[in-house]
Design a protein around this ligand. Structure first.
Ligand code: SF4
Ligand code: SF4
Length: 461
């Protein structure tokens, strides 16, 4: 299995900064997994913090909640709900009491808790470990994986999010356990013997259901799919819920205080940031305001997410979305380096080990958007296969997908790709391998859904 020890410049410190209250919020109607297409508000309506703004009908009606009091504007920014005249007044919880009797009948107390998690915005922090999708909140998992580890450079770290919140975290774990029968909770730690792990262990002493598990501190061993496989949890034994530190804290907030979960700790990191940090923001917080505070260089590329798995932010992305874990800012390399090919490269690194830096000890490197190499066809170096933690052949998949041979790509198991982005990172030809595989997976999924729907329709006829 692959794994990569990456040590770049611009990693955020563990202290958490609170940003000034915004006057306007831009709540994106799309994020990685969600499309909040079912609007619940009208133009000009005044809403309070915690009110329902919209739902995603294809994801168990997961809600987009108003993080603050404000006036709704639906047309002032495309693909966003804008809240103007924002104020931080008392928030309230929208838990739709009318739906409760039906859930109590079917699932009892655990059903109410699950419904609260969904309605208060805590459920969006959950993933199906194998598919990455939102799991069914009323489903029965075979196990829960809770990860406090974040290995992708520049994304929010569990230890930073846990500062002074250890009690909330253990309470959140207890709530999680109360949703289960006897299924285990695997608690993923950076070092089982670290001070952090000792503190957690002290708190959960006597909880036989929580299994502390250590993982190698190499990217991408924190990937949920890889974790599930490493724990020996088989996909066909039922869903595996996976959640990170912030999700457990959200569970505590929803179930202990019955409060909406609309704020999160994200990172502002990367070599383009003046002082990389963790910051606490609400959904919809203006991205420009964050970047103006932390970035002074003008030629940069901003990414929603981490260096390997994030997506570049465009001018149309105005606010922090409902799933954001960090903003990564990388300087644009403008123009070519003069006689760059004769530089021995003691300050730059490449997976190929072709620079002098391969003789140095591990060092902190300043990345730019100009990754090693240049745009060109695959040179069959095989680096992508060497680093791939899924054991597939990225270059072969690329060959098939380049020729639109989707069935061949399916046979070569593009479905096993865990979207870690390591192949794109090491590729000296700068081929966007990860993006190709994500698109192929989405296409195959859609084709299968369409085929199933067609069969269902034919049966009805
Ligand atoms: S093919 Fe997928 S799993 Fe393998 S390195 Fe690339 S992104 Fe990661
Ligand atoms: S790393 Fe890039 S150039 Fe090398 S084999 Fe893979 S796709 Fe081809």
């Amino acid at each position: 299995m692959g794994g990569h020890n990456i040590f770049p410049m611009g990693r955020p410190s563990s202290s958490v900064k609170v940003l000034p209250e915004p006057e306007v919020l831009y709540l994106p109607l799309h994020s990685g997994r969600f499309t909040f297409s079912e609007l619940a508000v009208r133009e000009g309506e005044r809403v309070s913090g915690g009110d329902l703004l919209a739902k995603d009908p294809d994801n168990y009606a997961v809600p987009l909640l108003a993080p603050r009091t404000g006036t709704v504007r639906l047309k002032s920014a495309e693909k966003h709900i804008v809240l103007e005249d924002v104020a931080e007044l008392e928030e309230h919880a929208h838990v739709g009491a009318d739906e409760m009797p039906h859930i109590v009948r079917e699932m009892g107390a655990s059903g109410i808790k699950r419904y609260k998690l969904l309605a208060l915005g805590a459920w969006q922090f959950f993933y199906d470990a194998y598919t990455g999708a939102l799991p069914d909140p009323l489903g029965k998992p075979q196990a829960v994986v809770v990860s406090t580890v974040s290995l992708e450079p520049y994304l929010a770290r569990g230890d930073a999010q846990l500062q002074e919140k250890l009690l909330n975290f253990t309470r959140g774990l207890e709530h999680l356990q109360s949703l289960l029968e006897y299924e285990p909770i695997y608690l993923i730690m950076p070092h089982v013997k670290s001070e952090f792990a000792t503190q957690v262990r002290e708190q959960i002493r006597g909880y036989a259901w929580a299994k502390l598990t250590e993982i190698p501190l190499k990217y991408p061993y924190d990937n949920f799919n890889i974790l599930a496989r490493a724990l020996g949890l088989k996909r066909n034994n039922g869903p595996i819920w996976a959640v990170r530190t912030e999700g457990v804290l959200a569970v505590d907030r929803a179930l202990t205080s019955t409060k909406p979960c609309t704020s999160r700790i994200i990172t502002v990191g990367g070599p383009g940031v003046d002082s990389p940090a963790h910051v606490k923001v609400v959904t919809g917080y203006p991205i420009k305001k964050i970047l103006d505070t932390y970035v002074s260089v003008s030629a940069v590329r901003s990414i929603n997410g981490g260096l390997f798995t994030g997506e570049p932010l465009g001018a149309e992305d105005l606010g922090v979305d409902a799933e954001c874990r960090g903003l990564t800012v990388v300087p644009e390399l403008e123009g070519r380096e003069f006689l760059g090919f004769v530089r021995p490269g003691s300050d730059r690194r490449s997976y190929s080990g072709c620079f002098l830096s391969s003789l140095r000890d591990r060092f902190s490197e300043r990345s730019t958007t100009a990754m090693r190499g240049e745009d060109r066809a695959c040179v069959a170096c095989n680096f992508c296969e060497e680093v791939c933690p899924a054991g597939i052949m990225p270059y072969l998949l690329h060959k098939y997908l380049y020729r639109e041979l989707i069935e061949e790509a399916e046979e070569a198991r593009v479905d096993l790709c865990v979207r870690c982005g390591l192949c794109s990172f090491v590729c000296p030809s700068k081929i966007e391998l990860r993006r190709e595989f994500v698109e192929a997976q989405e296409l195959i999924k859609k084709e299968k859904e369409d085929a199933q729907q067609q069969v269902a329709e034919e049966k009805v006829e």
